[in-house]
Design a binder for this molecule. Sequence first.
Ligand code: PBE
Length: 305
Amino acid sequence: MTKKILGVGTAALLALGLAACGGSDDKGNNESGSEPANKTEGSVGESVKYKITGIDPGAGIMQATEQAIEEYELNNWDVTTGSGAAMTAALKKAYDKEEPIIVTGWTPHWKFAKFDLKYLEDPKGVYGGEEQIRTIARTGLKEDLPEAYQILSNFKWTEEDMGDVMVAIQDGEKEEQAAQNWIDENSDKVAEWTEGVDKVDGDKINLAYVAWDSEIASHNVMKLVLEDMGYNVTLTQVEAGPLWTAVSDGSADASLAAWLPVTHKTYADKFEGKFEELGVNMEGVKIGLVVPTYMDIDSIEDLKE
Ligand code: PBE
C-alpha cells in the first residue's frame, strides 16, 4: 500500500475528478470501470471514507461541521462523534503513517506544535472568523463572591501562554503541575489578575469546563490562582450543553470556556439573560477543519467531488 495516498500526483487526479463531475450534482456513484484504484488515489472522500473525525457532540464545532456538510453540499459525508482525546489519537495514528485524515480542529491547540497541519479554507465562512474565548458567570456571582468575580473578570492571557500549559500536559506533565509551572513563570501576569483583590477564607467556587485541551489548561490555571486567593475550588467537567445550563441555572459559578461569537452562539442565544459575560479571556482563536499539510487539498470545497 502506498502511504502517500494524496501525494503530488493527486492534484492532477483531483482536477480530473472535478472536471469529470462538473455538470452533475449527483456525486454518489460514478460507474466508471476501474473504481478501486481510481477512487483511492483520486478522491479525498474515498481516502477518508467520507468521514470527518469529530469530537464530543455538544461542541460548537460539531454543529458548525454539520452546517458545513450542508452548505458545501457534502452529501455523502459524516462527522464522527468522540472526544477531543479520541480525535487527537486518531490524528496521531494517521499522521505517523502519513495517511489522510480530516479533523475538527481549533487554535490554540498543542496539535499544531506537534504536527504539520493546516486549516482548510472556508470560503462560505461557516466556522466564523476570528473567535474569542470569553468568561461567563452565573447571575449574582458579583454579589456573592465579589473577589472571584473580579479575578475572573481580569483574567486574560495569550495563545502562547495557553500553549505552554497545553504542550507541557501533552508531554506528560500532570495538569495541575503544568498549570503551577506556568503560574510560577508568569507571576507578573497572575499579579495583574489579582491586583487589589482581597483574599478570602475558604469560600467555595465551582468552575465548569469541558475536556478540551484548551479548557483543561485554562481551568487548571484559574483553579490554582483562586486557591492561592483563599478559595475552595471545584472543577466540574461536563459537556458543552450541560456547561451552559449549569452556569445559567446557577449550579456552576463560572466558566472560562465560552467560545463566541460563533462557536457557542446557539448556547448563548438559548440562555440569553440567564448568565453574565465577564469579558474576553483570549482573542484571535479559531475553529475549522484541519488536515495534515501532506494532504493535497486546501479548501472545504475540495471535499466535494
Ligand atoms: N472547541 C474547543 C470548542 C470550543 C473550544 C473548539 C472544541 C467547541 O467547538 O465548542
